[in-house]
Design a protein around this ligand. Sequence first.
Ligand code: RIB
Ligand code: CA
Length: 327
Amino acid sequence: MGKIIIDCDPGIDDSLALMLALSSPELEIAGITTVSGNVPADMGTGNARKVLRQMGRLDIPVYTGESVPLKCSYTDAMDTHGRDGLGESFLPEVQGEFPEGSALEFLEKTLEKEKISIIALGPMTNLAKLFLKRPELIGQVEELVSMGGNFRSHGNCSPVAEYNYWCDPDAAAVCYELFGEAGKKIEMIGLDVTRKIVLTPNILEYICRLDPENGDFIRKITGFYMDFHWEYEKIIGCVINDPLAVAYFIDRSMCRGFDSYTAVAADGICRGQTVVDSMDFWKKKPNSHILTETDSGKFMRFFLSRVLKKEDGSRWREEELSLLESL
Ligand code: RIB
Ligand code: CA
């Protein structure tokens, strides 16, 4: 499956995505880069390290990325993720010596050296800045899977825009344009599929029964998120967007979609909207693969069977998780 870099803004669902990636033997995580999104990049770095500590993987380096979008002023999402970015769990900071260098330096150095895939779970500021400076490095990106955007699903931070692409619309627009010019397609895991992935209180209870240790961590960081979803979307549970991007990277049968040319509106009332030319009006080569269908039950079995461990440290097999169907 291969070597990856995860670019993220942890963030509660980013943290669940990191837990899934860290529990997946198919992935070799070369490093994690953070970007200002849900929380400022430096807070995201501290939060990524809290997840790495939970999963016993502090050997993986984390590099802090861009603190503000390319052009827009920065708007965080702490109303959704809490003042600490992890649901106001206020987990202790990870102490220690960490590798020097910025996210852009790490991304540039790594791509100069080898082909690697990127799973992007936040605003695309780091990627846009790098590829504007070094467009030839796009050829080194095996695959870019981006959680962001929306095709027919309504927005989550404006009537038409998803947060990652709304937070830095210029970065998203640049990435889609440059990838198109390089003859590559971005795999867009947008709200059309991620809205179907809801962590409910019953599933959370099941998680805690199966694995009290990781379950307690997940419960600590998702409570605030559940309250937010009830208050603003009258959902019992919380939509966990980012882990689906990791699951799809590992198993392409997790989602289905179509190729299309996509542009991102950079400003005005449609700021951040992904304009997906599904009817090929513009006759432009596809620069994206838009995912529109997924199976939430399949995802949940996948997620639980990897992230949760039994007392003896072994994983739960998917066939042992039959109770999920009734939750
Ligand atoms: O719109 C949802 C996306 O924005 C998720 O990646 C969430 O973590 C935030 O970054
Ligand atoms: Ca995110």
